[in-house]
Design a binder for this molecule. Structure first.
Ligand code: AMP
Length: 245
């Protein structure tokens, strides 16, 4: 079973620290992944992190981890956030931004970072820009994965997520070695609540309305690299590496 990077500081926030943070050394990449839900950002993030040594910073993973906290340990803002998430709606900017600001150490990670699912609105992108400026850090690129809508829906409906390490599989295009079991940590795979059809419809509308404007936002800043997200995860990954060179 392959080892996954320790992401304790990102997932838990507060004073939590990673036991084995990346040592850096090679060039730290600082990237943002963009694309509609279901284009395969999570899978590309995993492949890229293995290759580039960056840390996978997914805001969705923070919310999913919070779901397993006992109810008394969730703040009212977090409790409300989980409601938005279940419906497939965006969590308010204020909640997301306070979560990310609390984890600013992860942006300073010597191994670099790969933001997945953040920013998702122009207000979040502007706030990220300010945070990075304050830290004297700059993004290397924003990778924008593009896929026709019917393929997006097919990908989401077959997606399965590991209940342990959060690795992402697909029943046809990226099946685990044993059905329903994670290749990395052996935990059970499940279908995310927000991957069900009623939530998927909302998520796609929300993407068009709130997140798609980020394509223009980052193009204007000379950071956007668009990548066709058709084909196998490996083919998309090779395209990504070529685009990054
Ligand atoms: P994801 O795994 O990135 O698709 O995120 C799952 C869900 O978490 C989204 O559908 C939103 O409800 C919520 N979420 C994650 N990241 C953000 C964000 N940056 N802004 C608002 N909501 C978010």
């Amino acid at each position: 079973m392959s080892e996954k990077r320790d992401r304790t500081a990102w997932i838990k926030g507060g004073d939590a620290r990673c036991e084995a943070p990346p040592r850096g050394g090679t060039r730290p990449y600082r990237l943002v992944l963009l694309g509609a839900p279901g284009v395969g950002k999570g899978t590309q993030a995993e492949l890229l992190c293995e290759r580039l040594g960056t840390c996978h910073l997914s805001t969705g993973d923070i919310f999913r981890a919070a779901k397993s906290l006992p109810e008394g340990e969730r703040s009212p803002a977090l409790e409300a956030a989980l409601g938005y998430m279940r419906r497939g709606d965006l969590v308010p900017d204020e909640t997301v931004l306070s979560m990310v600001s609390e984890r600013v150490n992860c942006l300073r990670c010597p191994g670099g970072f790969l933001l997945d699912g953040f920013p998702r609105t122009v207000a979040q992108a502007e706030a990220l820009g300010n945070l990075l400026k304050r830290e004297k850090l700059a993004l290397d690129a924003v990778l924008n994965y593009e896929l026709p809508l019917d393929q997006v829906v097919a990908r989401i409906s077959g997606r399965r997520t590991c209940s342990g390490c959060k690795a992402v599989f697909h029943v046809t295009t990226r099946p685990p070695r044993a059905e329903g079991v994670c290749d990395h940590c052996g935990a059970k795979l499940y279908q995310r609540e927000d991957d069900r059809p009623e939530s998927v419809r909302v998520r796609l509308q929300v993407y068009e309305q709130s997140t798609a404007p980020l394509i223009g936002f980052y193009r204007q800043r000379g950071l956007l690299i668009s990548i066709p997200a058709e084909g196998t995860p490996d083919a998309i990954y090779q395209r990504t590496l070529t685009a990054l060179r």
